[in-house]
Write a protein that binds this ligand. Structure first.
Ligand code: 2AM
Length: 175
């Protein structure tokens, strides 16, 4: 891989306790396929793709602290994205979550940082399985909650063990 490039995305990281709960859920959810390593569980806010180390500096400078008071995210439903073959937990797109997504988009745009915009609408989720198939009709619901008071820039790395996401910077959502 090119040492000068990094595969980056903005995300909400999850506390270890929730990761542990989701790891248990992963073992009894309606999907089969390639389980995502619990370390990597997250909610993508904006995918950037391959970015040069130089652009990374600009991105870090571009991000301002928004004024989004701490909020809760509800996790209730499983979802299957057939094209991506992803089995996930759906995140209800609250007003604050959409605002956070738009804030990052706006900050990058204002700094003249061009990113390849996804043509797909923002559909927040936590991926549990890749190359997934649905085992049965999804009727099971769950009841998890996540408090959000910060967001991250993450780097997707690759080693012998596979894909590994690392937090490279963190911002609060509110001063
Ligand atoms: P996924 O979990 O639905 O696969 C790191 O790759 C993160 O960025 C993953 O959460 C992945 O979403 C998301 N991602 C990867 N490629 C993407 C793309 N082209 N557009 C939007 N999100 C993408």
């Amino acid at each position: 891989s090119d040492k000068n490039m990094a595969r980056l995305f903005f995300a909400i990281d999850l506390p270890q306790e929730l990761k542990n709960q989701l790891e248990l859920l992963q073992k009894m959810c309606p999907f089969s396929g390639r389980p995502v390593s619990p370390h990597n569980f997250h909610i993508t806010l904006l995918f950037l793709g391959e970015v040069s180390r130089h652009q990374l500096e600009d991105i870090l400078e571009a991000i301002e602290i928004p004024a989004i008071k701490p909020f809760q995210i509800e996790l209730n439903q499983f979802a299957y994205f057939p094209k991506a073959e992803v089995g996930c937990l759906e995140v209800a797109p609250s007003k604050q979550l959409i605002e956070l997504h738009q804030h990052i988009n706006r900050n990058l745009k204002q700094a003249g940082i061009h990113i390849k915009q996804s043509s797909k609408p923002f559909r927040p989720h936590i991926t549990l399985f890749r190359d997934a198939t649905v085992q049965s009709e999804i009727t099971q619901t769950v009841d998890f909650e996540l408090g959000v008071d910060h967001f991250c820039l993450m780097e997707s790395q690759f080693n012998q063990k596979g894909v590994y996401y690392e937090v490279i910077e963190e911002w609060p959502t509110y001063e």
